[in-house]
Write a protein that binds this ligand. Sequence first.
Ligand SMILES: Nc1ncnc2c1ncn2[C@@H]1O[C@H](COP(=O)(O)OP(=O)(O)OP(=O)(O)O)[C@@H](O)[C@H]1O
Length: 290
Amino acid sequence: MEILLKGVGYSYAEDTPFEKRALTDVNLHIPSGSYTAIIGHTGSGKSTVLQHLNALLKPTEGVVMIGDRKIEAGVKAKDLRNVRRQVGIVFQFPEQQLFDETVLKDIMFGPLNFGVPEKEAERRARELVVQLGLPDGVLEKSPFDLSGGQMRRVAIAGVLAMEPEVLVLDEPTAGLDPRGRREIMDLFHELHITKNLTTVLVTHSMEDAARYADRVAIMHKGHCMVTGEPKAIFSNEEQLQDYSLQPPRSVRLQRDFEERTGLKLGEISLTEEVLAKNIALAMAEGSRSL
Ligand SMILES: Nc1ncnc2c1ncn2[C@@H]1O[C@H](COP(=O)(O)OP(=O)(O)OP(=O)(O)O)[C@@H](O)[C@H]1O
């Protein structure tokens, strides 16, 4: 499902002495089936954009199209239930929203609330715990008896149980150790492919944006400055610097390698695995031409 922001402006506490403008003339196209990373310095407006993607916030200027649903500034938006079902948001620390006495009940809560029959809601919960790599017997446990990583997976299952078409991720690995981060991000990537999702990732991690996204949008001071493919975005170091961003580690390492050795690796490497492969190839070629 595609999402389009056209000329979107947003002010918090509009028309009060505390008014704070967070977005100005944001134009952003999220094509159906894409994996879009939204990056930008702290306070650039990423979270505010994110909350427009399922109409948690409504624009104070401009239009947001969520599939064929139009949310327009100044026009009262009625019945947003379907939008909320179609666009699932995994917020930072989603496990803080767990509340039910068992994992099963917690995962079934959303679908039941949206009128999904009990049998179907239970089927989804059973399938999801397997897909998310949770251990046998977890459904009958209290979510509060699980480890932090497991609690996060249960909370993610609760969002997926609504069978959203768009999955919006707000720093979904915050607070996890490096291994847990990688596991969860790989899991989202797998879900993106197997469930045919449109995924939007809001992140401070240039590494995650480079590894997983097929499109990157840069927010800066409330504007969406540029959207493009990761290779184009992350090879333009000057532009990144203008927006107080750094390239991912693999790109910085590649630059160092090229400066030290004089060897040119060609296209930028978006992950360290690709960089290692390209270095090995360049070294093999270098020794052949000696
Ligand atoms: N509830 C709020 N009330 C008033 N101003 C807010 C509120 N939330 C955010 N802002 C302001 O809006 C601007 C954009 O904030 P936003 O949280 O969208 O940025 P962000 O890029 O997500 O930042 P971070 O990376 O730190 O999460 C900032 O100036 C912020 O101070």
